[in-house]
Design a protein around this ligand. Sequence first.
Ligand code: FES
Length: 483
Amino acid sequence: MSDLVRLTIEGRPVEAPAGTSVLEAAKLAGVLVPHYCYHPSLPVAGVCRMCLVEVEKSPKLAASCATPVAEGMVVHVESPQAKAARRAVLEFLLINHPLDCPICDQAGECELQDYVYQEGRATTRFADYAKRFNPVEDFGPDILYVPNRCILCTRCVRFMEHLAEHPVLNVSERGDRAYIGIFEGAALDHGWAGNVVDLCPVGSLVSKDFLHKARAWDLDKTPSICPGCTQGCNVTIETRDNQVLRVRPRPNPDLNRHFMCDYGRLGYGWLNRTDRIEAPLVRDGSRLVPVDWDRALGRALDLVRGARGPCVALVSPGASCEALERVAQLVGAGGGAGAFRVAKGDEIPLPGVPDLALRTERAPNVAGALAAGFTRDWDGAAARARSAALVLVLDEPLHGLGAAQAWGPMIYIGTVLPDEARGAAAVVLPSATMAEEDGTFRNIGGRIQPYHQARAAPGMARPAAWILEEILDALGVGVGAQA
Ligand code: FES
């Protein structure tokens, strides 16, 4: 291809599109050039000088983040001159950096630690560390700034200015008095501001929510999809001791790049709820009594087989595609149908990224529910439930449906038991949350994305798709969807 440029990096031949930076071309060659201010989703600043490399025939070292590839270029990343320059940068940064790693949330995932270990010197020539600033400043609802740790890479300033288009941060003062300032009366309260914590390569911007909760190396990380809205941002769920402690964005250049909104980031508390249904329940008079899975599924099967007439399904658009497709199959076999409803809120875009927003509909699988054949005619479905031969509820909180006791026989599959289901369900089957199962969601653009189990489900709870497949198998109904 004519627009490919050929060069050599650390002795490895590389081909990169014209305009690519040397730093990105090095990645293609499998060579990591240390860097701080550079970030692939932000405008290049070239302020930290950590990415210096040697380019043959060039009179001085080059900042690889700001130097485009050129035909025939020969780059040395690990030459004595390049390494000496980067060590000098690290020593310069460490003159004023507190060695408070034992109490810093970033320890274990700190790029200053990593690069000093990889490149730097074991000792310093500056014995006395001078604390220059306030220990900590409150920057917003979830963000603290620790200026003494700041290396002034300006990633946070550029994110707020160019991506969030909410320019409240700046570099105040100059020289060794410089720090990240926030304009008077302003706060980091934009709906996407939490990304500055991820962008900070050291522990200078930290999340109040995660403050001192866990050491980075104790966290188990699972690829997942944010369940907060229909956007379907790719995320990592981070757990310790079976508790979800943090949710962070997972890069996807076609969707959310490196970002997620604060609504999704901080909205994981429900995944740790302790009031879960832990055993299958069947109705015995006015009570629901715990039973084993065989008895509960047997009762559910009796209800399905005994249904004379159409069934109605009331489903959550937070359920997986696999579970929704199986519900549709189950109720559709008898000529039934179903509907869903979804909570709504304001749309909050991230202006610097096309088609990226906290969407109005606050559930991850509205498109999956529609694709499975469920409609938005919630009121109609709730009305039909009165005369239905069977009502199948899939993790719907049933708020505002006090008439549930007047419905047909109800099978409730869910994570927690709403009062309406407690009073009306004939069978309750405990299901896993999206953090406790493997599945897929279909996002607003029709993209079907997998998520994975991040923690164990409580008690006897099982993925809803498994529960429904057991029922379909026992009925001898072929299963079209695959989990
Ligand atoms: Fe290149 Fe900072 S990463 S100058």
